[in-house]
Write a protein that binds this ligand. Structure first.
Ligand SMILES: Cc1cc2nc3c(=O)[nH]c(=O)nc-3n(C[C@H](O)[C@H](O)[C@H](O)COP(=O)(O)OP(=O)(O)OC[C@H]3O[C@@H](n4cnc5c(N)ncnc54)[C@H](O)[C@@H]3O)c2cc1C
Length: 411
């Protein structure tokens, strides 16, 4: 049947980073007429994301996983090492996926490979993909949202899924305030080869300036997230490969053997940000448009994938009744469904990060006591593992194996 209005959509996703591409695929998979509007992401992003089981299942359900398997590495264990130099040193804690009956917590996937696989899945589907430099104008005043791109292309939709990153022009157009704070920290990221096996274990060294994490990659490769003060991060990033390897080795202490073949290093300033609401004026916030946190515990993108699956599920539910999917009622349901997961994780990560930066002995004692409890109390360990990997409520069916009971969105 001929489309009566090819430039009008149920959902227009703004931003084609990992969150936007997944949101577009999720909405289309549930029968919503969807377009994704934004520039192609940088394939040399340099970061890898540790994606947990629900996120991996979502990628499988959206037919984007097969293209990623050769780039992905399983995460069978997560090790936390106290390298704060505090007076009282906390014990090393290792969480094994088999303790909660899983083969792996998830997989580490390079962001560049992830966005390429998602773009390929989109290109081979019926989803509209509008590659543009930017969306430059929004009209959110009528019975539908209208957007204009820098190339003067116009698109309208009932619902805008704003996945346009931490500075989100869509969020500003919808008049959504957010609280933003700075950590005076920056992360140096790179990937490298090493002579010893990583054993599919991700190791997070908790240091005073911030964590230093090595995440397993395919074969004998790992990706690194090394947090320092912004000045120190810049200085480290510009070292020669040899000097960089020596500086890194001081922290790893031979854990991975000889370190070689570093990819170009990139520096990401760390910040925290939370939007006052996740939905207003036909705009629902997804990913970093709604929440930003430091890279501790690999939560950011996993949270964004849950945003995507929940928004698509709620919108499809309303669409099946032929109602408008861009109303405040839908946006308030979305905000309510996501609020606890988003807020809980932002404040937990904030607390953990600040406990590293603190000079106060009681703070170090509390962090140490927490790690002792994690090491020795089986039920607490298992509870933390379950909660760290997925939230304490039923995930939407898009994030479950097709054979599993269909989960509802709780709110
Ligand atoms: C060092 C580091 C390590 C991390 N590790 C992990 C991890 O292990 N696990 C994890 O879950 N998370 C991790 N994260 C978090 C994760 O990388 C981010 O959450 C994720 O990359 C954000 O994706 P996004 O799509 O929301 O935003 P972005 O990737 O910023 O995408 C936003 C997109 O919107 C586009 N855009 C902006 N303005 C417009 C406009 N006007 N019109 C159209 N398009 C526009 C941009 O071009 C961009 O493509 C890490 C973060 C850092 C900094």
């Amino acid at each position: 049947m001929l489309d009566p209005d090819p430039s009008h959509f149920d959902v227009a996703v703004i931003g084609a980073g990992p969150s936007g591409l997944v949101t577009g695929l999720a909405c289309a998979a549930l029968g919503l007429k969807t377009t994704i509007v934004g520039p192609v992401s940088n394939p040399q992003d340099g970061r890898s994301a540790a994606l947990f089981q629900g996120s991996i299942q979502l990628l499988k359900n959206l037919n984007a996983w097969d293209a990623l398997t050769s780039h992905a590495a399983p995460l069978k264990a997560i090790r936390l090492v106290d390298a704060t130099g505090a007076l009282i040193r906390a014990p090393e804690v290792t969480f094994h996926a088999h303790e909660i009956g899983w083969d792996a917590f998830g997989y580490a996937v390079p962001n560049g490979a992830l966005t390429s696989a998602l773009e390929t899945a989109i290109a081979t589907s019926a989803i509209s993909r509008l590659t543009t430099q930017a969306v430059t104008a929004f009209d959110l005043t009528g019975g539908k949202a209208q957007i204009t791109t820098s190339e003067d292309q116009k698109v309208s939709a009932q619902l805008i899924a704003a996945a346009d990153g931490r500075s989100s022009p869509s969020r500003a157009a919808a008049d959504i305030d957010c609280a933003t704070w700075d950590y005076d920290q920056a992360a140096v990221v790179t990937t490298f080869e090493h002579s010893r096996t990583h054993g599919a274990i991700s190791t997070e060294f908790h240091r005073r300036p911030g964590p230093l994490t090595v995440v397993p990659g395919p074969a004998n490769t790992s990706s690194l997230v090394w947090v320092e003060t912004p000045d120190e991060a810049q200085a480290i990033a510009t070292l020669s490969d040899q000097a960089f390897a020596a500086a890194l080795q001081k922290h790893l202490g031979g854990l991975l053997g000889n370190l070689t073949q570093f990819s170009p290093r990139r520096v990401f300033p760390l910040a925290g940000q939370t939007a006052k609401t996740l939905g207003k004026n036909r705009v629902a916030l997804i990913g970093e448009a709604g929440h930003v946190m430091p890279p501790i515990g690999a939560q950011g993108l996993n949270l964004s994938f849950r945003d995507a699956a929940v928004l698509a599920t709620l919108a499809a539910e309303v669409h099946s009744t032929s109602e408008d999917i861009g109303t405040q009622a839908l946006l308030s349901r979305y905000d309510a469904a996501r609020r606890a997961d988003v807020t809980g994780r932002i404040w937990t990560i904030d607390l953990l990060n600040k406990s590293l930066l603190s000079d106060l002995l009681p703070v170090h004692l509390m962090r140490g006591a927490g790690l002792v409890a994690m090491q020795s109390l089986g039920p607490l360990r298992r509870r933390l593992m379950q909660e760290g990997m997925s939230p304490d409520y039923a995930l939407p069916s898009l994030m479950r194996e097709p054979s599993e009971t269909v989960g509802s969105v709780q709110h």
